[in-house]
Write a protein that binds this ligand. Structure first.
Ligand SMILES: *[C@@H]1O[C@H](CO)[C@@H](O)[C@H](O)[C@H]1NC(C)=O
Length: 349
C-alpha cells in the first residue's frame, strides 16, 4: 500500500504538480487529519517485539517468537514477530486508526546512527510482554525511562511530541498471582496502588511533552482462559472479575476526567464480544491450548493443540486475544479514539 503511494507522490513531485503532500500513510494524502506519532507502553497487549528471544530456546516467556504465533499475520509473512497473538495486537490496530499500516517499530530494534539518531517517523513501541505496573517487574515506568532518555538525547524532538499520542496498554499481570485471593480489603488496596502507579506513568508522559494519552481499562480478568479454564471456559470467574472491576473503578476516579487523557474501555469491548455472535461459539476457550494447565503453554513442543480457525476465537492463548479479537475490540473503540484525537478519516482496521 505504502510503496505505490510513495512512487506516485514522487512522480507528482518531479512534475511539480501543485500542492502535493507525500506521506507514508494509508489514505493520508487527501485529508487534513493531524499526523500523530505513536508511542506505546504496556505489556503483551501492545508488544510487537520487545520481549527477549532467550537464545533459540522456546519457553513460556519467549513463546511469541515461535510457531504457532504469527500464523495469521499476512502482513509479516505469517511468521512469529514477538507478538503474543496469531497476528496483530492492539497497538497495530491503533496505528491503523492513525493511518499507519502497523505499530511503530519496537525499541528493541532501535539502532542510533552516527549521522542521525532520530526514531521512526511513526513513533516507537516500548511495550514489553513481561511488564507489570506496580508489583511485577520489569515495570512500565522503566519503558517510560527508555522513552525519556530518547527525548533527552534528542532522538525524539519537541516537534515529534507536538502531535504525539501515547498508548498505555496494561492488561493485568500484577493481578495474576492474587486472582484466587478472597480478601476484599487486600485486593482493593492492591488495585489502589496499581492505579496510583498508572497515574504516575501518565504524568511522566505528559511532563515529557506527550500531548494525548490513551489508557486501557483492564479486561475482565475472570474471563481470560487461564482463569476460566477450571470452569470449562463456559463462564467467567467472579473473583477474577472483581479485581478488574476494582482496578477500573479507581482508574475512572483518578484518570477519567483528566485533561488530555482518554480511558479506552477495553473492558466493555471485551465483555460485548465474549457474548457476541462473532465469537460466542467458543467464549473463553483459547485457540491454542496447553495440555498441562499449570506448566504448559501455547507452542510448547508436543504440549499444546491448536484450533482449526483462529478467527472463530476471541482468545488466542491462555492470556491473550487473537488478531481477530483485537481487531474487533479496536473497531468498537475506533469512534471514541477518532473523536478524542480529532481524526476525520475512518480507516479500515
Ligand atoms: C523486556 O523485558 C525483559 C525482562 O523481562 C528484558 O530482558 C528485555 O531487555 C526488555 N526489552 C527491552 C527492549 O527493553
Amino acid at each position: 500500500m505504502t510503496k505505490p503511494l510513495f512512487a506516485g507522490c514522487f512522480i507528482l513531485l518531479l512534475l511539480n504538480v501543485g500542492d502535493v503532500e507525500c506521506r507514508g500513510h494509508r489514505g493520508r494524502d487527501e485529508d487534513d487529519d493531524p499526523e500523530y506519532k505513536l508511542f506505546v507502553f504496556g505489556d503483551a497487549a501492545a508488544d510487537t517485539g520487545n520481549s527477549p528471544h532467550t537464545g533459540g530456546q522456546i519457553s513460556q516467556g519467549s513463546r511469541a517468537w515461535y510457531y504457532p504465533y504469527g500464523i495469521s499475520d499476512d502482513d509479516n509473512d505469517n511468521r512469529p514477530s514477538g507478538r503474543f497473538s496469531d497476528g496483530l495486537v492492539q497497538s497495530d490496530f491503533l496505528a491503523r486508526i492513525l493511518g499507519y499500516d502497523e505499530s511503530p517499530p519496537p525499541f528493541a530494534d532501535y539502532r542510533p546512527r552516527r549521522r542521525s539518531n532520530s526514531v521512526d517517523p511513526s513513533g516507537m513501541n516500548f511495550a514489553n510482554a513481561s511488564a507489570g505496573v506496580w508489583y511485577e517487574v520489569p515495570k512500565v515506568s522503566e519503558q517510560v525511562d527508555q522513552f525519556t532518555r530518547l527525548v533527552n538525547d534528542g532522538a525524539i524532538t519537541r516537534e515529534d511530541l507536538e502531535d504525539s499520542v501515547a498508548l498505555v496498554a496494561v492488561s493485568g499481570r500484577d493481578y495474576w498471582r492474587i486472582t484466587d485471593s478472597n480478601d476484599n480489603i487486600y485486593t482493593g488496596m492492591f488495585a489502589f496502588l496499581v492505579t496510583e502507579e498508572m497515574v504516575r506513568v501518565v504524568k511522566h508522559l505528559q511532563d515529557a511533552g506527550v500531548g494525548k494519552v490513551l489508557v486501557n481499562t483492564l479486561p475482565p480478568l475472570g474471563c481470560t482462559p487461564a482463569t476460566a479454564r477450571s470452569a470449562g471456559y463456559g463462564r467467567c470467574d467472579q473473583r477474577g472479575n472483581d479485581l478488574s472491576d476494582a482496578h477500573n473503578k479507581y482508574l475512572n476516579e483518578k484518570l477519567g476526567k483528566k485533561d488530555g487523557v482518554l480511558l479506552l474501555d477495553v473492558h466493555a469491548a471485551v465483555n460485548n464480544l465474549l457474548g457476541s455472535e462473532e465469537f460466542r461459539q467458543q467464549r473463553s476457550r483459547p485457540c491454542c491450548e496447553a495440555r498441562d494447565a499449570r506448566n504448559g503453554y501455547c507452542g510448547q513442543p508436543g504440549g499444546s493443540t491448536m484450533c482449526r480457525d483462529p478467527e472463530d476465537y476471541f482468545y488466542w492463548d491462555d492470556r491473550n486475544p487473537t488478531s481477530a479479537g483485537w481487531k474487533a475490540v479496536m473497531q468498537q473503540l475506533q469512534t471514541p479514539v477518532m473523536d478524542f484525537l480529532g481524526i476525520q478519516t475512518r480507516n479500515n482496521l
